[in-house]
Design a protein around this ligand. Structure first.
Ligand code: ARG
Length: 473
């Protein structure tokens, strides 16, 4: 047991209590952020004359050295300490003696941990966004190559109308684009520095909170110290956005699994991204897609868990909040892993275009277009719908597609049909006539692809990085 407090206690902490309370096993994950925060704090204390300039310098150098040693594996973060904050402070005191004891001046672990978690998740938001961007690029490549690859579009998992693979992929592009927008939005809102909030009521030391905020790349300090130490909204927003990413990945995975099934054979997952069976030699299973679909549950769970943890907590800091860490770390790591693997699987997956087209040609995906043909020849839509319904029934009995019938057969069902019906219900026309923006027609898709490309050229992360560089100059 090694803890920073104990003066007012007459007994040692029970070992089980100590273990239950300790967070070092997981908060060591942000050792770097903890030390960066301490460096900024001490530099500010030096500038403000709260520590002597020489002392501040000495502490900063020692923390940098500790960070280097931990990075290089020379110094192990020992679990005898209660948390990462205690480990750093105790190590510093071991090395510097009394000067090290000045590190925690004007600070509480409450604002320290609030800062560490923000610094850590802020970086993770950028990394998650980068992975989402990679996925978008993989999707866009497939879109560019498949504006004329016909496939059935489904509703109720029943063939509905023909679309193209580019169009189908474009739907996912939009979803993951919104996921990125959420990352940017969360980043902007969370980018305020809680350091200097103290335990809950600020401090009587003349801290310069604008200085530490600037040093750490924040827009500015948080404006209420009680909120500063107890706000976990940004984590809830992040978990909600991550849950949405997983929901999108899970839908996509489900489609990949269906498309990869023996019945569909729309795609073939690359060997490198498939797994075999220990008993059935013929098997090639889509385990990666299934795992991504399965892991969605734990990310949803993290969101529900933190919402529930936070709901009954009075102001300001309470130990319940320590629970934010493991589940947030797990959710972030899960999403990042899933994004990386899914992108790899998608970009190596083979699309069996001929199977997709063949499937689109059957199942009456052109029935709506046959009805529209009649409407264009003066038949009211509701009547046209009924006529084509009969036509479909006739085809089902004959085991034929609409375009397999002769003009005579068509005319028996409605005299309005003329020879140009075949062209009107061909796959090419069915798709190509759909040219409103957002529809699968090739020209419309090309316009959208150009817009998506332009979107990918503007990386919000770059403007953040530029802004931070300017801030530090
Ligand atoms: N491990 C704690 C947490 O994660 C750090 C803050 C501890 N503060 C306190 N007053 N006990 O929330």
């Amino acid at each position: 047991m090694a803890q920073l407090w104990g003066g007012r206690f007459t007994k040692d902490t029970d070992q089980l209590v100590y273990n239950f309370n300790a967070s070092i096993s997981f908060d060591k994950k942000f050792y770097k952020q903890d030390m960066e925060g301490s460096i900024a704090h001490v530099k500010m204390l030096g500038k403000q004359g709260i520590l002597e300039a020489g002392e501040a310098q000495e502490i900063v150098e020692a923390i940098k050295e500790i960070m280097r040693e931990v990075d290089e594996g020379k110094l192990k973060i020992s679990h005898v300490y209660e948390d990462i904050h205690s480990f750093v402070e105790a190590t510093l005191i071991d090395r510097l003696g009394d000067v090290g004891k000045k590190l925690h001046t004007g600070r509480s672990r409450n604002d320290q941990v609030a800062l560490d978690m923000r610094l850590y998740t802020r970086q993770e938001v950028l990394e998650t966004d980068g992975l989402l961007e990679g996925l978008l690029r993989a999707i866009l490549t497939i879109m560019e190559q498949n504006t004329d690859t016909f496939m059935p579009g489904f509703t109720h998992l029943q063939k509905a109308q023909p679309v193209t693979l580019a169009h189908h992929m474009g739907a996912y592009f939009e979803m993951f684009k919104r996921d990125r927008q959420r990352m940017e939005d969360i980043y902007q809102r969370m980018n305020y520095c809680p350091l200097g909030s103290g335990a809950l009521a600020g401090t009587t030391y003349a801290l310069d909170r604008y200085d530490t905020a600037r040093q750490l790349g924040f827009v500015g300090p948080t404006l209420n110290s009680m909120d500063g130490v107890s706000d976990r909204d940004y984590l809830i927003e992040l978990l909600s956005a991550l849950a949405t990413v997983m929901m999108h990945l899970s839908r996509f995975s489900e489609e990949v699994i269906i498309w990869n099934s023996n019945e569909y054979q729309f795609v073939e997952i690359d060997d490198a991204y498939s797994t075999g069976s220990s008993i059935m030699p013929q098997k090639k299973n889509p385990d990666i897609a299934e795992l991504v679909r399965g892991k969605t549950g734990r990310v949803y769970g993290a969101l529900m868990s933190l919402l529930t943890t936070m709901k009954g907590i009075p102001l300001a800091y309470n130990k319940d909040m320590q629970e934010d860490k493991e589940l947030t770390f797990d959710a972030i790591d899960t999403v990042k892993g899933c994004l990386a693997l899914f992108t790899g699987m998608l970009s190596t997956m083979k699309f069996r275009k001929e199977r997709m087209e063949e499937s689109a040609r059957h199942g009456f995906t052109n029935a709506t277009d046959a009805a529209d043909y009649l409407v264009n020849h003066g038949v009211p839509f509701r009547d046209a719908h009924g006529i084509v319904g009969k036509l479909v029934l006739y085809c089902i009995q004959k085991h034929a597609a609409i375009d397999d019938l002769s003009l005579e057969e068509l005319k028996q069902i409605s005299p309005v049909f003329e020879a140009d019906i075949f062209e009107a219900v061909s796959m090419e026309t069915c798709v190509e006539k759909r040219l409103t923006i957002g529809a699968p027609g090739q020209k419309a898709m090309e316009q959208v692809i150009a817009l998506e490309k332009e979107y990918l050229e503007h990386d919000w992360k770059k403007s953040i990085a530029d802004w931070e560089t300017a801030l530090l100059e």
